[in-house]
Design a protein around this ligand. Structure first.
Ligand code: COA
Length: 326
């Protein structure tokens, strides 16, 4: 369906993903982000069609002269909990304009159009901070970034013995049998809402990355969990264990899970373990710092639209899961 026609280009929201569209999208993706292993039609379906809160809303600019997909922008539906109330939100995903169409205002136009066209309480974006063009673009639509997201990292691990007492290995098969204790999240006034279905999609169904997901379970309910993956940073020849997700009720249970992840890092001969640090939640930062994690170089910046005043920003738990969105 044509929604906006601007001379040479028309802007469309894509309602169904046929093979022709998927091929064009994957070609645009590799033209913009480089050829990456595994980003194929299986990944496309997983990421764009199978998320629990609905399909990624993909908006495109199409060249009327030759039908070519010139630019694309996505809004992935998620849920957040803000001051106890469930809110709808979108995560901005994969903004891209084919090299031959760049600097003609296409990305700006489709992102403005998409944000105006979709209804939600919040829109989140976490572009890479070195990508100044993209940041300029997002600012136009979502306003000023709220802060930069840094990594906390640890390079020497003291644990030699696995701390796997009471630790449950969560898998695609047992996740639906587990309750997640809500108290883990109640200490935060803003967090992404996660349940077994979201976890299953995000971590176990991911066709590219394999994750380890472990938890401390008490009286049949998860009271702390951690999700991590091994990552080889080929550019710097470094093996990293990324802690991509966590929540906990008390320090003791999360310490045991982190210790378990560090044992895994030792076994896998990783050079470091790191976790995204969300400067707003001092308690979480203090918890990691108390066991040797230190601030490392920044990774991304974070936008939340509409922006909130500083007072409301305390105690956020801004963990989206792994950063495999571009
Ligand atoms: C980032 C990207 C999507 C921008 O797409 P685009 O259609 O060229 O963007 P626009 O034409 O709407 O330009 C938006 C702003 O960025 C500026 N800009 C775009 N490309 C630029 C470049 N190569 N150098 C400097 N400024 C540039 C434009 O001048 C414009 O600012 P202005 O309105 O103040 O003049 C595109 O460059 C791209 O696909 N890059 C590779 C993939 C990527 O990094 N995506 C972002 C992931 S976080």
């Amino acid at each position: 369906m044509t929604e906006s026609n601007d001379g040479q280009f028309r802007i469309e929201k894509i309602w169904s993903y046929d093979n022709h569209f998927i091929d064009s999208y994957l070609r645009l993706f590799s033209d913009c982000f480089g050829v990456r292993q595994g980003y194929n039609s299986k990944w496309f379906h997983w990421f764009n069609s199978e998320a629990p809160f609905g399909k990624n809303k993909i908006y495109c600019a199409i060249d009327n002269d030759n039908g070519k997909l010139a630019s694309a922008y996505g809004l992935l539906p998620l849920q957040a909990v803000y001051c106890g109330a469930t809110k709808s939100c979108f995560l901005n995903t994969n903004s891209m304009t084919a090299p031959e169409y760049q600097r003609r205002g296409l990305s700006s136009q489709i992102s403005e159009y998409a944000v105006a066209n979709e209804m939600s309480d919040f829109i989140l974006a976490t572009p890479n901070s070195i990508n100044t063009i993209s940041i300029k673009n997002i600012k136009r639509v979502l306003g000023e970034p709220i802060e930069s997201l840094q990594f906390l990292q640890k390079t020497s691990f003291q644990y030699k013995i696995k701390a796997n007492r009471d630790i449950v290995n969560i898998t695609a098969d047992n996740i639906h049998n587990l309750q997640f204790n809500d108290e883990m999240w109640k200490k935060y006034n803003f967090h992404i809402r996660k349940d077994a279905q979201l976890f299953k999609w995000r971590y176990f169904n991911n066709p590219i990355f394999a994750y380890k997901f472990s938890a401390v379970v008490k009286d049949g309910a998860v009271v702390a969990y951690i999700v991590y993956k091994m990552f080889f940073d080929a550019e710097n020849n470094i093996r990293k264990v990324h802690l991509v997700d966590f929540a906990y009720m008390n320090d003791d249970s999360i310490f045991r899970l982190i210790q378990d992840a560090e044992c895994y890092a030792l076994e896998e001969k990783a050079n470091l373990v790191n976790v995204w640090c969300h400067g707003m939640c001092e308690n979480d930062k203090n918890m990691f710092e108390s066991i040797g994690y230190r601030i490392a170089d920044g990774g991304n910046v974070c936008f939340i639209h509409p922006s909130m005043n500083l007072l409301e920003r305390k105690n956020w738990h801004f963990v989206l899961g792994d950063n495999d969105v571009f």
